[in-house]
Design a protein around this ligand. Structure first.
Ligand SMILES: [Zn+2]
Ligand SMILES: [Zn+2]
Length: 324
């Protein structure tokens, strides 16, 4: 069975019709036309996902964020608002995605990487199913640790401890930083992720995320608390680069929410029953869950290519990794 952009091979495996390619940023010779297309086309780097995450951050900052001046002291009133709002955000975002793909099955198996159902049973999964176990680690560890980072930064901005800029003083830098932060997060993810594949850390920490060979939205943040500390430490860059609290909120929210949609298990989300669709999960990262020793980063910077761990999604690369 084929479609213009994917193939189901003779073993029943879903794969993209074309080999995976890195984004046209770190290429030599430079490809400026492709780069601009990648940046501004729809779907592309900015549209729709980064704009979507910027919009969520702006809405949260304007309507659900305690005033920065209130955050000078650690007090229960504003810290609880930050925690509850993040809890609500994650619960709704991952919950709706799970309902859509796995309960209501709005698009059936269309664009699904692995059509086996998500895991059930007490033997392997805590609380009786993969989804419940994933929800536990997401809501009881990811959200508190993500919120703790936010609280530290909000306290720091309120007390003028961290380098600060705003739109009025640096309008261009203020806007460009929104585009650079996801890139930084993806580089941070590659190196921090590789560290968690160091045997002792894998055995005690990262194994928990890899219990999910087949993933759903709730698997994205299903990690050991130590891994959450490492994963969200991408925001520590705001200790040194001048930024506004809105940048920090966008940065950490995107880090959390993109993991949820990146693990949804569906390459595209159908906006209607016919043709309209948007890129959704990351097949590149799905292959990491399937084969473990490949694709540690993202397609943004070719770090996996430079360090020899790139799986391009082809049958030949499947066989190379299986026979390794
Ligand atoms: Zn891993
Ligand atoms: Zn993963």
């Amino acid at each position: 069975m084929t479609d213009s952009d994917y193939i189901i091979d003779d073993k029943g495996n879903w794969r993209p019709a074309k080999k995976l390619e890195f984004d046209p940023i770190f290429v030599w010779p430079p490809r400026p036309i492709q780069f601009l297309k990648y940046l501004f086309s729809f779907p592309g780097y900015i549209w729709p996902w980064n704009i979507f995450y910027i919009a969520i951050a702006v809405i949260i900052y304007l309507f659900f964020q305690p005033a920065i001046s209130e955050c000078k002291n650690f007090s229960f009133s504003w810290i609880s608002i930050v925690f509850l709002r993040n809890l609500f955000l994650v619960f709704v975002y991952a919950g709706l995605m799970h309902l859509r793909f796995y309960i209501f099955k709005y698009q059936g198996e269309k664009y699904q990487y692995n059509t086996k159902p998500l895991g059930t049973g007490n033997k392997f999964w805590h609380f009786g199913s993969q989804t419940r176990e994933n929800m536990f680690w997401t809501l009881c560890s990811a959200v508190p640790i993500w919120s703790a980072y936010e609280v530290i930064f909000l306290w720091g901005y309120a007390n003028n401890i961290f380098p600060y800029i705003d739109f009025n003083t640096n309008p261009i830098y203020f806007c460009v930083l929104f585009l650079l932060l996801p890139g930084w997060q993806m580089v941070h993810f590659y190196f921090s992720h590789r560290i968690t594949h160091w045997k002792p850390l894998y055995k005690w920490v990262h194994y928990l995320h890899h219990r999910n060979v087949n993933t759903g939205p709730w698997s994205g943040l299903s990690m050991h608390p130590v891994e959450h500390i490492i994963y969200f430490s991408t925001v520590l860059i705001h200790f040194i680069i001048p930024s506004h609290p809105l940048h920090m909120i966008f940065h950490i929210q995107r880090t959390g929410l993109a993991a949820i949609h990146g693990h949804s298990g569906f390459d595209k989300i159908m906006l209607n029953k016919h043709r309209a669709k948007l890129p959704h999960a990351s097949y590149f990262h799905y292959l990491h869950h399937k084969y473990f020793e490949c694709n540690y980063g993202e397609l943004w910077m070719p770090l996996d290519k430079w360090f020899g761990s790139f799986h391009n999604g082809s049958k030949e690369d499947d066989e190379r990794l299986v026979n390794k």
